[in-house]
Design a protein around this ligand. Structure first.
Ligand SMILES: NC(=O)c1ccc[n+]([C@@H]2O[C@H](COP(=O)([O-])OP(=O)(O)OC[C@H]3O[C@@H](n4cnc5c(N)ncnc54)[C@H](OP(=O)(O)O)[C@@H]3O)[C@@H](O)[C@H]2O)c1
Length: 242
């Protein structure tokens, strides 16, 4: 029996990277998908024929309008997010606002408007980051927003527990996606930048999109029925290093 058989799962950020890989794996594992992103063409390339909706998840009216039309869900994987580097002192307030909107306001609004579309017993997975578990310089607004995501998962776990709905956050370390390439593009030596990211964790390599997706399958399936309110690092052991 496939672990997601018969489940209707919504994925944000489904037009690229981790969200795209997850959507594809969820379908392979039996799920029916609803794909969300800002670019319809990218979504249709993820899984031709799947239900798609294009909107900005930080736009309250757009999320509310989508929720009106959305059929009941067994799960959500909220992967949409964006990264702009910078220190607290060096980040323009417009970039701070953009980081909070993309990374925290988006999942908050998805939970706020789609909570009532979740079936009793559903499971929700939020994508945080391991750089919200330990402070590193130069990603200040992103880290702070992702720390909010981790707490949002815990708060939702309490709020939804009476309906048997679970909510967990995952905290990936560096995975080689467009987000990481964009982050390193302005550095003097992007290849050395990638190698440096890989050296930080005990397994000495970057994560793979499929590895993050596999953890999400577990958390969205009934196999993880007693796991809720958890923040789970998936980072090659980086969080274990002092
Ligand atoms: N890659 C890593 O090393 C890493 C590590 C830890 C955590 N993460 C997290 O993992 C998630 C996926 O990232 P990724 O690495 O796969 O990067 P990615 O390929 O850049 O994917 C990010 C996705 O988020 C969507 N998105 C961004 N802002 C949005 C908004 N306001 N409304 C709707 N969709 C929005 C983008 O969609 P469009 O541009 O098509 O609209 C894009 O598909 C993010 O939350 C990221 O913070 C990544």
């Amino acid at each position: 029996m496939k672990p997601l058989a018969g489940k209707r799962i919504l994925v944000t950020g489904a037009g690229s990277g981790i969200g795209r890989a997850a959507a594809r794996l969820f379908q392979e594992r039996g799920a029916e998908l609803v794909l969300v992103g800002r670019r319809l063409v990218a979504l249709s390339e993820t899984l031709p024929g799947a239900a798609c909706a294009a909107f900005d998840h930080s736009d309250d009216r757009a999320v509310a309008a989508f929720a009106q039309t959305c059929s009941p869900l067994d799960g959500m994987f909220l992967a949409a997010g964006a990264l702009k580097p910078g220190s607290v002192g060096g980040t323009p307030v417009s970039d701070f606002d953009a980081m909070i909107a993309s990374n925290l306001r988006g999942p908050w609004l998805m939970a706020h408007h789609l909570g009532l579309r979740l079936k009793d017993g559903a499971s929700v997975v939020l994508v945080g980051s391991n750089i919200a578990l330990r402070a590193i310089p130069e990603s200040a607004a992103y880290s702070v927003a992702k720390a909010g995501v981790h707490m949002l998962a815990k708060v939702l776990a309490l709020e939804w527990a009476p309906r048997g709905i679970r909510c967990n956050a995952i905290a990936p370390g560096p995975v080689h996606t467009a987000m990481v390439d964009d982050r390193l593009a302005s550095s003097a030596d992007p290849l050395e930048g990638l190698a440096r990211l890989a050296r930080v964790n005990p397994l000495k390599r970057l994560g793979k999109e499929a590895e993050v997706a596999a953890l999400a399958v577990h958390l969205l399936s009934d196999e993880s029925a007693w796991t809720t309110g958890a923040v789970i690092a998936i980072d090659g052991g980086a969080d274990a290093v002092y």
